[in-house]
Design a protein around this ligand. Sequence first.
Ligand SMILES: *Cc1c(COP(=O)(O)O)cnc(C)c1O
Length: 389
Amino acid sequence: MIPYGKQSISDEDIQAVVDVLKSDWLTQGPKVPEFEQAVAEYVNVKHAVAVNSATSALHIACLALGVTKADEVWTSPNSFVASANCALYCGASIDFVDIDLSTGNMCMNALETKLTTRQKTHQPLPKVVIPVHFAGQPCDLETLHKLSVQYGFKVIEDASHAIGGTYSDSSVGSCTYSDITVFSFHPVKIMTSAEGGIATTNCEKLARKMQLLRSHGVTNLESEMTESSHGPWYYQQIELGFNYRLTDLQAALGISQLSRVTEFVTKRNQMAENYIELLKQSDSIIPLTVKNDRLSAFHLFVVRLPNLNQDTHAKVVTYLREHGVFAHVHYIPIHLQPYYQQLGFKKGDYPNAERYYQQAITLPLYPELTMIQQTHVISVLNNAIKEYC
Ligand SMILES: *Cc1c(COP(=O)(O)O)cnc(C)c1O
């Protein structure tokens, strides 16, 4: 079976983890700050705060920006549920902005329309907007940034798919157009630390707040304490934090993987070009478009089949899996999840995300995929279409 995604682990990666196992620190040692420094340098940002998942990073990013139960957070319905859940963890309300069919990213026209309507009718504006760089392609960050200034909201980029991507010459994660950027290092993503995530920011205050929140809200810095120290053992809890720490084992794997991110992204782009070339003759299979001013990290290679309906969508994906191609679908619109329907969302709320979902198939894409396998994937897909469309 050809999987849809797969990590690439080298002998150096393995040695890096073994070295930590033989060292004094399995967690809270030197590897975590080393990893943070390396990521910060790679994406050209001032601060990076490593945590045990992107989900945790989204949560503490929202808290650091002051999201409370009085607030609204907006995100894209075409994402993993974690992009929306983080708002609910803070007790805030969640709402969605529909997507562009051709990229799968949040539609900036839809965002602007929603903001204008809300303002005219004196309804709440969002405290934070969380765009998702779907499949690895950065969304239209410059427009988003302008809207954030005009309407006074903060921006957290969910870049779980997009480390190594660029937007008009700035690296994703540099926070040129946002307050905080979040990456995931789950094994299916571009690079991995097994589980893990990181939040980047240029704001020292936000970075410090996130550092506190990832480890119980406890400080060792006398300057942050409200009472004088009891002695050299003393620490003080000044926030309600969590245990969201990354281990040194994971950080060592992350550091080693980071040295190959550029290579991973280059390979993924070459493979995406191969697929696009193989699909050139077909007018019933449409790859997502990537805009000229940006580099997609190509976490996913998604095609749209506009002729599909609910029944044939399932048949085509089943056919692929029965013929050795583990195709997948990204994403079930978040607002259609039972948990979100119970909050009041319903079918028809975000028509593009729903239409897109019915048409989308994710094809295998990972560094070790071969050209022969890619050719096989497309021939199986063509056979499936002949059979069901
Ligand atoms: C994977 C993913 C997450 C969650 O990442 P974890 O590290 O598994 O918590 C969040 N948002 C998006 C868009 C993702 O793809």
